[in-house]
Design a protein around this ligand. Structure first.
Ligand SMILES: [Zn+2]
Length: 264
């Protein structure tokens, strides 16, 4: 069991109040007692911001950018995409309401836009995984290629389901995919293309050569990075694997032969 982060405890407490499992004052006391949050802030989170965020209504008081980011992530995890849409529209109204043009507003707008874009594209891995992978990429961006390669090796040998990066917990599989994306430059391994997102980051998808439902795992020898078109072709087209080793894969896709390196 990984211990819950403070942001998760805040979220779970506010959620219990929202769902009627705790009274407002019990919720507020939990935040004050367990996390040393001052009473005014606890009240603001539990009575104002959390319910309005979930119900898609405008709120005026603000939270730290980091807490908003966690809330959106947990709303997606616990309540699903429809509820996340509500929350994003509440957040949009809130961002428009904030008058100061500080860094917080800019970062909040980026977070909002990131979630919205992910909702639009859908992608092939789940939205949650996609978001987590982008977050991990962001966490690892200052490391050298060598450091990343050894992190990848360690993550492959690890068997735990979750890993921690800078005190945050992520699925180990998402860390591996994020590392493979960085180390292979976010480029489609068939055509070299990627999608450039508004935030300046590159978008590419991870295809499992042996699908997950056939016990294919997250490992460089089983992952091909593909642009969305080639990913669909790889999954839906006529594919014939000629040779597949640790180092490379040779296959025919709709009659065209490819030889692609799987090394890092
Ligand atoms: Zn491609």
């Amino acid at each position: 069991m990984t211990a819950l982060t403070p942001n998760r405890i805040i979220f779970n407490t506010a959620k219990k109040v929202y769902e009627g499992e705790l009274s407002k004052s019990e919720g507020i006391n939990t935040l004050v007692g367990e996390l040393n949050i001052n009473k005014g802030s606890a009240q603001m989170i539990i009575v104002q911001i959390f319910p309005k965020l979930l119900d898609g209504e405008q709120f005026t008081r603000t939270l730290s950018v980091d807490l908003f980011n966690s809330f959106l992530k947990f709303i997606l995890e616990d309540y699903g995409e429809d509820r996340l849409r509500n929350s994003l529209s509440a957040l949009k109204m809130h961002i428009d309401y904030i008058k100061e043009k500080g860094d917080a507003k800019i970062t909040l707008r980026k977070i909002y836009q990131g979630y919205l874009d992910n909702l639009k594209t859908g992608g092939t891995s789940s939205l949650q995984d996609e978001i987590e992978q982008s977050e991990i990429v962001n966490q690892l961006k200052d490391k050298t290629k060598n450091e990343l390669a050894s992190e990848l090796e360690n993550s492959e040998n690890d068997t735990s389901e979750k890993v921690t990066i800078n005190h945050k917990s992520y699925k180990r599989n998402n860390k591996i995919i994020a590392l493979i994306k960085i180390l292979r430059n976010f480029e489609c391994q068939i055509c070299g293309k990627y999608i450039l997102k508004k935030d300046g980051l590159k978008y590419v998808e991870a295809a499992h050569i042996i699908p997950k439902h056939k016990q294919g795992n997250e490992h460089p020898k089983n992952i091909l990075l593909l642009c969305p078109n080639h990913h669909k072709e790889f999954d839906l087209g006529n594919r014939e694997v000629i040779n597949h080793t640790e180092k490379e894969i040779e296959f025919k896709l709709n009659g065209v032969r490819y030889l692609i390196s799987l090394e890092i």
